[in-house]
Ligand binder design. Structure first.
Ligand SMILES: [Zn+2]
Ligand SMILES: [Zn+2]
Ligand SMILES: [Zn+2]
Length: 166
């Protein structure tokens, strides 16, 4: 159904998993997608995407900038923001408004409206891609004469592994 079984069972990726494979997969998909769309995944854009994917918790722009500078790559904040905008535009990254942070999307091929479950203990985020929720919001908004331009639902709580640890 568009979601891999592993994602379904462990949406927070809290169980030990091969994260290097996650990153490789994300970068491969990004390359393929950009090529297909005739978009340029420059070295910097690719690097920024890789840094966003360093984990499954949303990452702030300044953390990305800091890592770029550590890697001796000179990048001014506007350059990083432009790279992030490109990645968002192509659905490779989502912006979590409430955290002012970015998270990689594991299914950028299809356009979708996301809902995020965000753990306030570890900062992990799980993306729900539930068309029914999105449709319900659109329907209620339309009933109120409201035009939705963009919707991202962000839900705070405690993830399964943090709950277990508590
Ligand atoms: Zn991973
Ligand atoms: Zn997504
Ligand atoms: Zn957690």
């Amino acid at each position: 159904m568009g979601v891999t079984p592993a994602t379904r069972i462990d949406p927070f990726h809290s169980a030990r998993h091969d994260h290097a494979a996650c990153i490789d997969d994300a970068l491969d998909r990004a390359s393929a997608l950009c090529e297909e769309r005739g978009a340029r995944l420059t070295a910097l854009r690719r690097l920024v995407l890789e840094l966003v994917w360093r984990g499954h918790a949303p990452v702030g722009a300044y953390a990305i900038l800091g890592e770029l500078q550590e890697g001796k790559r000179r990048a001014a904040p506007p350059t990083v923001y432009r790279a992030l905008e490109f990645l968002i535009e192509h659905g490779l990254v989502h912006r979590i408004e409430s955290l002012n942070a970015y998270v990689g999307c594991s299914h950028p091929e299809q356009a979708h409206v996301s809902q995020f479950l965000i753990c306030q203990s570890c900062g992990g985020a799980a993306e729900l891609d539930d068309a029914k929720i999105a449709a319900a919001v659109m329907r209620r908004a339309a009933e109120l004469g409201f035009t939705v331009e963009r919707q991202t639902i962000e839900v705070r709580g405690i993830c399964p592994s943090c709950r277990k640890a508590a």
